[in-house]
Design a protein. Sequence first.
Lengths: 329, 314, 291
Amino acid sequence: MSDVPVLAIEDLTVTIGTRRGPARAVAGVEWSVRAGQTLALVGESGSGKSMSMLAATGLAPRSARVTGRVHLLGTELTGLPDDQRRRMRGRHVGFVFQDPMISLNPVLTVGRQVTEAAEEHLGLTRRAARTRAVELLDLVGIPSAATRVDSYPHQFSGGMRQRVVIAMALACEPDLLIADEPTTALDVTTQAQIVELVADLQRRLGTAVVWITHDLGVVAGIADTVAVMYAGRILEQGSVDAVFANPSHPYTAALLAARPDPAAGGGELVTIQGSPPSPLDLPAGCAFWPRCPVRGDARCEHELPPLVPVSADHRVRTFYPHPADGESR
Amino acid sequence: MARFVIRRLLQSGAVLLGVTLVVFLLLQLVPGDPVRVALGTRFDPQTYEALRARAGLDRPLVVQYFSYLGRALTGDLGVSFRSGRPVTSIVLERLPATLSLAVTAVVFAMLVAFPLGILSAMRSGSLLDHAARVFSQFGVSVPDFWMGIMGILLFAGVLGWLPPSGYVALTEDPLRWASHVVLPAATVGLVTASILTRFIRSSMLEVLSEDYVRTAEAKGLRTRVVVLRHVLRNALIPVVTVVAVQLASLLGGVIVIEVLFAWPGIGRLTYDAVQARDYPVLQGAILLVAALFLLVNLLVDMLYARLDPRITAR
Amino acid sequence: MSGEGQLRRALSALRHDPLAVTGTAVLTLLVVVGVAGPWLAPAGVNEVNVDRMLEQPSWSHPFGTDELGRDVLSRVMVAARVSLQVGAVSVGIALLVGVGLGLFAGYYRGWLDNVLMRCMDVLFAFPVLLLAVAIVAVLGPGLLTAMIAIGVVYTPIFARVTRAGVLSVREQVFVRAAVSIGASDLRIMRRHVLPNIAAPLIVQTSLSLAFAILSEAALSFLGLGVQPPAPAWGRMLYDGRGFVTEAWWLGVFPGAAIFLTVLAFNLVGDALRDVLDPRQLTVSEARRSAG
């Protein structure tokens, strides 16, 4: 495999113009993902994890201002004209969105929706594209794909629809698959099946995957690297092994503690008090400070902590790494 | 699909039956004796008895209704109190004039409303969008007969480009038909266009915010393809109903416009029948219009079911 | 309950919407003219003056004079009352009858619902103005019959809006709770159901007022509304249409009065809808047949 990351993001910032002024949704985000690897973007809703991916691939709303550098297979995307960026995105990136009940067009057959990207980017004829659609539906485990290809989305169950969406995302054999909370809208058994399907497809196709989630439990099973986001910034990032073994930001530690652990058996569910700050009114210092269990000094309130290395493959944005400075607790 | 069609057919049939009852009862609600009222000063006992017997007014109400219904089913809607001619042929004679006006107006309205509604939704907040909203608010609020009078004032009076009123059959002289249809059709069409523009704009905006549109964009499709294949297909489904309802009510005869422009259609016929108290003609005109209205709605529902695969599945 | 909260929210939002403020100002002016028109008008509405027929607008007759030498401004002012009266009474009829029918149909369901709503379907099968014309034709032209006719025509819309609202509210927890503690049907409707369907009804009322005034103008244009010599905007246009190429003011001013009135009601109605009920499909708009 080549050394060039499939997707590399540097200093990505997204500001959205709203009626009540500019809202900074993403600030200075930086990460990369290599072929065959999985990066997990973790955070609460509104943390900027989805917006950073949409902005990086040119899908941000019109009111958004996007700065920073985005390299897809070595090509700088942010400076590209809309039309070329659209082609890069369609040819090399596949998307799986959160809710399969609303991310499929109700009036087109699933076959048509699976094939249209292949027609556009691979120049397949309508007939060849259809054959491809059947193969893809088969690949993602839809029974009797050859007949189901002409069905409409409403004729499928939620889990089957998400399989259709995955087939759609794979239509152009993408180098990168972006899965934006693809299991949140599904029931628990189906969730596990979809996670397993994506992991299996990744092994077979060697695709890079960015998995956006608020569920650290999923991350441990599938990801190689992880980035924890809060109020538009990365608070902690590194290899899954390093971060899980030694969660250094109080926020990450709290998230891990809040994870329901079936082994612990009916233990008390820990939650983090308070809610994230409004993107319209972000604090000058650490955005997590008002909710932080460590509660540092005035420095936390007024000064933004830099992202500092904990080890070779692990960085954290805090003045008080957890639990290293035991005395500060 | 077949079950859906049958259910809708039965529903429409039931409503049509109700419509015949309303139309039949209209005559019964006329205070006093409708035949005497209709004849007025031209009263003579012989005509009076003949018309009463012909209308079956001397029999019990229920019998009257069922005989009216039975005759209506065979296409017999009675005879005019005025001319003694069969109502069915009087009404059908007026259909071409109304049809040509209604269709022209709706085509005009669609030509204006589709580009305007679609563009103003896609450039929401732009100057064009504001202009479109002013236009549709104007069209929804303006009385169409006033627009018509202003049109006559400008194009027939000041500029002298068009005839102020009158009708020439399309089959007789297409060019002269066209010069006569322009003003009334533009007047009616303007109102229709403003209603349509508004509806298309809001329907487009709603679909543009759907997740599946973002999915289509994520696939890297061209904007044209996203709009044509994904947005329009969905946004236009409800618009079809609105276009059809508009067309159906225009087929009902734009009474005021037909009176203003001396356009000999169903609307003008209705007006004349009211003035002359020619109740059988009034009944016939209303029945035909309501039947047409139901028919158009029925056809639209069928079309709707074809456009939206979710409907027949239920 | 939520009905009151919504109302307060609506009113405060209207204060910040320039279009709604304009609409409200125009309506206020209209009501003043409608009430005090005969005293404010510079001349009597039926002061015939054959020496001053079809005079251009001037200082003594700002809107000119008509074919009988009557002052057009005075007639336009006095006619405001007729339009507002017909609009208010006919929409009042439609509101009372329609809401009543819709409440019973939606609340009790069953055969009653079926019969009532099929009746509404039948009324819906006629184009708006045609039905009004037919009713007036039967009852005889005049102010009262015009009000009744327009009221009947707009009843189905209110019945449908109400019924749809009742159906969605009925299943909600607080209504079920009220039923389970044995509250009477009337009490449940008044206390729980009505406040929750107030928003769409308010929107529908203000938009219907606009349509009702247009319908009244069309009826009186056809000579089926208020009878001469009482002035009505639609009738003035009908009478003046033959002179319009020589006397533009006969066409312009009464029509502008109708337009401004309808526009004002529409502006307020749209603003209310944006605040109270943004997703309501405008049945009446789609149905407003070219009069």
